[in-house]
Structures are given as C-alpha cells and as structure tokens.
Design a protein around this ligand. Structure first.
Ligand code: NAD
Length: 250
C-alpha cells in the first residue's frame, strides 16, 4: 500500500470551501498530504478538518476566474512549502439556462472558471513540475464531458474541453514525469446539483438511472483522487476516470 502514501507531498486543491473539493482535500490529507486550499470564500472548515488529522493546511481566499490574478495566487501557494506536488483543478460553476436564452455572461463566467482557469493554472503548475521532473495534475471533468446535458451549453462545452485538455497536457508532459488525468464524477450531492435535486421528477428519474441506486458524495472521490495523486498511478496518463455509480455503463 506504500505507493498510495502521500506523506510529505503538497497538494493544491481549488474550490475547497465545500462539496467535492472539500472531500478531496480531506481525502488527500488522510493519505498524508499537506494541503493548500484555494476557494472563493475562505475554506476555514476544510483547513480545520485537515489540521485535526495532524496535517498542515493553508487556506487562500481568491477569485480564480480572473486569469490575470492566477500567477500571484500560484506564487502565494508556493510560499507554503516552496513546492507543489499535486494540483487538483476542482473549482467550477454551472449556469442552467436553455441555449436559446443563455446569456453572454453565463457563457463567459462558466468558460472562464471551468476551462480557462484549468488551463492557466495547469500551465503554472506544469512549468514548476517540469523543473522538478515530477508532479500530478488532476482536473474535475463530468458526465457532461461525454453527454450533452439539458440547459447547460456552456458547462457542457467546458467539461468536454477539460477532457480534451487533460489528454493534450498528458501527451506533452508524460515524458517529463508529470501525470495529467481527470476524474469525471457522476451525479453528486453538492450545491452544484441542488437545483436538479429540488425538481422531484428529475431527481427521481436520475436516481432510477444510476445502477448504484444512489447519488455520489464527496467521500466517494477520496479513493480516486488519492490514487491519481500517488505513485500508484505513475503509468496513467491522459485518463478520465469515471466515478459515476455506473451511470455511463447503463
Ligand atoms: P460546489 O458548488 O459545492 O463547489 C464549488 C467550489 O468551487 C466551492 O468551493 C466554491 O467556493 C468554488 N468556487 C466557485 N467559484 C469560484 C471562483 N471564482 N474562484 C474560486 N473558487 C470558486 O460544487 P461541486 O459539485 O463540489 O463542484 C466541484 C467540481 O465538480 C466542479 O468543477 C463541478 O463542475 C464538478 N462536478 C460536480 C458534479 C456534481 O454532481 N456535483 C458532477 C460532475 C462534476
């Protein structure tokens, strides 16, 4: 089991004030990593939970959708330990409006955070990891990296792109000791899906289609993210790991 051990590793996880990012940050800490938790609101609860595990953590409050601010956020993150071994690109938003009414700001807000930030943050981390000859980059994709979805054209476009970008970066950096992969969660209980869970019929329809018979939780991503962050996955490159209770197998 030593190859799954993250002791001494430093992971930067984005979007950690709740939801999947919080679950993954805690999971990585349980496996031994120290955590830089970046989020729109200060991820105090996440930092406290990690410290209670005996690991070190620092919270950074930042709006990651502002491309021009990413270099200084990354520099701030580097000050924690002087290096970053693992980047988890998790922060993401969704805007649910039919395509015919989808406003420009909805489109741009989603593409800025879900795609542009994933590229530019991966680029910053990639340069740093190339210098060091090792690193892990894990981006959060979606079932809508494969399917079209309903009323979420910008989100679907961004998540298809995340899957493509994962492969593009993996091709360039696999030979430099960096593994770039993605996790595609199925339907998970977080604020991102509150609106569809509030729609009783949609909630029932979706639940009935999940072979596992239930929605996923942030805890369900702990094992997959530890695997992709650890040396257990050193020969895995450009893979999108579906963690979906069987949704896509149906
Ligand atoms: P969530 O809304 O619970 O969490 C989103 C996190 O991103 C929060 O911590 C929030 O503070 C942070 N964030 C939002 N805008 C930000 C910004 N501008 N700058 C910095 N941080 C910002 O949602 P979640 O479900 O945990 O989503 C996490 C990721 O998982 C997203 O990329 C989402 O697209 C993806 N995902 C979620 C599901 C699901 O069913 N919940 C399924 C597939 C993929």
């Amino acid at each position: 089991m030593n190859s799954f051990d993250l002791s001494g590793k430093v992971a930067l996880v984005t979007g950690t004030s709740g939801g999947l990012g919080q679950g993954m940050a805690i999971g990585l800490a349980e496996a031994g990593a120290d955590i830089i938790a970046v989020s729109h609101s200060m991820p105090t609860e996440t930092v406290q939970a990690i410290e209670q595990l005996g690991r070190k953590a620092v919270g950074i409050q930042a709006d990651l959708s502002k491309e021009e601010e990413l270099p200084s956020i990354f520099e701030q993150a580097l000050q924690f330990r002087g290096r970053i071994d693992v980047l988890v690109n998790n922060a993401g938003i969704i805007r649910r409006t039919p395509a015919a009414d989808h406003g420009a700001s909805d489109w741009h807000d989603v593409i800025d955070l879900n795609l542009n930030t994933v590229f530019f943050l991966s680029q910053l981390a990639g340069r740093h990891m190339i210098e060091r000859g090792s690193g892990k980059i894990i981006s959060i994709a979606s079932m809508l990296s494969y399917q079209g979805g309903i009323n979420v054209p910008g989100y679907t476009a961004s998540k298809h792109a995340v899957a493509g970008l994962t492969k593009a970066l993996a091709n360039e950096w696999a030979g430099k000791g960096i593994q770039v992969n993605a996790i595609a969660p199925g339907y998970m209980v977080t604020s991102n899906t509150q609106q569809i869970r509030d729609d009783e019929n949609r909630y029932k329809d979706i639940t009935a289609r999940i072979p596992a018979g239930r929605w996923g939780t942030p805890e369900d991503l702990k094992g997959p993210v530890v695997f992709l962050a650890s040396s257990a996955s050193d020969y895995l490159n450009g893979h999108v790991l579906n963690v979906d209770g069987g949704w896509l197998a149906r």
